[in-house]
Design a protein around this ligand. Structure first.
Ligand SMILES: [Zn+2]
Ligand SMILES: [Zn+2]
Length: 362
């Protein structure tokens, strides 16, 4: 088959350009069923570089909807299993699997440099966090979600356009991490889902993402997809004045010679004066009041979302402490252990309340 162009048929599609895709980077956040389908499509279409981010491992219940996972992958990180399968689909695709926090596992500098970001997340909280990070650096986002017989995709290509956050109340924007579908936003526990609806939603996401990479995005910004009735139509969104996701970082972003593997002490030493901050809170070491045991909680991201943790030594509940001030971290704690991703853009608060911005190197 040497000499034959793998994309000969695609070159016949008006407006399609495999060569543009070959030079493009797409970030896929969430490698569940939707992320599997979307990543598969992007690799087949010839996207040159895929960054995959998901902290979870493959479970047996994923296998019925995930083209990139097989039974032998159960227990492996989703992104690593997916990367292997994607490299089998396309010999030329560069895949970077990343076992990190869903919304904050890809640095702001990486989001800014990506040609498109695909959000394949199943909780409102993660979707809003990713939207917020994309808004900070004006990264084009194609977000999708599925329910039992329906789904939706939402595009946020320009920070001045109405966005997902505009369609929510302030309370919903700050909502807890609940599973969510476009029909039912209060259901507890996992929602029913199946491959047909997932594949439909991912196909719409793929078209929107690829058209966006080509510089000819679709005219709609939200699409509602009903797999039962066959009705699929754009939905109009209105910009809400109190939506916070329309204010990108203002001012120069200064490159920093250090990367995410540097320590908190090394970084604070090279940053200019002011208060260096992280975007996500990190846990601080705490002393147990009951037994005076001293527990090292730095790097334990699992407790960051719970109000209490248990003492390692006496088992009593204690209140963990969190901070987003880098000077509060142990000086030898690595930034990556504090939840700081590669190429993150970190704010330094200056005495009069303004910020300077500093991007870690890769
Ligand atoms: Zn908005
Ligand atoms: Zn204790």
């Amino acid at each position: 088959m040497t000499g034959e162009d793998r994309f000969a048929r695609e070159r016949l599609v008006p407006g399609w350009d495999p060569d543009t895709f070959a030079g493009a980077t797409a970030v896929v956040v969430g490698l569940g069923a939707l992320g599997n389908e979307a990543a598969k499509n992007l690799a087949l279409a010839g996207i040159g570089r895929l960054v995959l981010c998901d902290p979870d491992t493959v479970e047996t219940t994923n296998l019925s909807r995930s083209v990139l996972f097989g039974p032998d992958d159960v227990g492996r990180p989703k992104t690593e299993a997916a990367a292997e399968a994607l490299r089998r689909l396309s010999a030329t695709v560069v895949v970077e699997p990343r076992v990190r926090d869903l919304a904050a596992g890809v640095g702001l500098g990486e989001l800014a440099a990506a040609d498109v970001v695909l959000g394949c997340l199943d909780s409102l909280r993660s979707r809003m966090r990713l939207l917020g990070r994309c808004a900070l650096v004006e990264a084009p986002l194609v977000d999708g979600a599925t329910g039992p017989w329906e789904g939706e995709i939402r595009l946020r290509l320009d920070t001045q356009e109405a966005c997902y956050g505009c369609t929510l109340t302030a309370h919903q924007r700050s909502s807890a991490d609940v599973p969510w579908s476009c029909l039912d936003d209060t259901t507890a526990g996992p929602l029913g889902t199946s491959i047909g609806t997932t594949a439909l939603v991912a196909a719409w996401m793929t078209q929107a993402a690829l058209r966006s990479v080509l510089g000819t995005p679709p005219p709609y910004r939200m699409l509602r997809i009903e797999s039962l009735t066959g009705r699929t139509a754009p939905v109009a969104m209105t910009r809400a004045r109190d939506c916070p996701h329309h204010r990108p970082i203002q001012g120069d972003i200064t490159p920093c010679a250090l990367n995410h593997r540097a320590t908190a002490g090394e970084l604070t030493a090279v940053l200019p004066g002011g208060e260096p901050l992280t975007w996500s809170q990190f846990p601080l070491p705490v002393r147990c009041r009951a037994c005076q045991g001293y527990a090292e909680t730095v790097g334990d991201r699992a407790v960051a979302d719970t109000p209490f943790s248990r003492c390692d030594q006496c088992g009593r509940l204690r209140r963990p402490r969190f901070s987003n001030r880098l000077r509060d971290a142990a000086p030898d704690a690595r930034l990556t252990e504090l939840g700081v991703p590669p190429q993150e853009i970190l704010p330094v608060r200056q005495p009069r309340g303004e910020y300077t911005w500093h991007q870690l190197s890769s």
